[in-house]
Design a protein. Sequence first.
Length: 188
Amino acid sequence: MIHPSRKLKLLFGLLFCLSALPAWPLASDREQPIHIESDQLEIDESKHQSLYQGHVEMRQGSLRIQAERIRFVFDADNNLQRLEIEGEPARLQQTDDQGRPLKGEARRILYFNNEARLELIGNARLDNAGDRIESERIRFNIETNALEAGQPDSDTEKKETGRVRMVIQPRSTASPPASGPAEPPPRP
């Protein structure tokens, strides 16, 4: 059994690590308090893990995560290594610096802190400012905005048939001058 003061120390370490997460675009979110609610919490110091289970809701600023399970994996110094989010589906949402919602959902969402990489696996969908990408797997680098979509790499992951589907909204361009109807070209 873990001594209560060690549990608090690990929990404060978790909160400190999360506040440094660069996940998603709104910079001020990292400075906000983290709120987590779940039906159960298990902390395993020997494995450097915390597991929240059952109707998990996490909020930090504009970041919202809803899942059945969220596992935090740390290194020996309590630095966040990986975040594992699972649900049917697991959902996350955050507002970008322009006030637009960025949404993602999948059966499994992984965040690799050292790589600043977000991976959505299983009926994955990512929505950003009206644009949408759907695939069995989506990998997104938060720092470089590099995106890759397709089937999972591992044979151990369920492979479903399907293709990458995208919806790209037209970008508004400068409006033509409001000078009335255009005149026909002169005749030769």
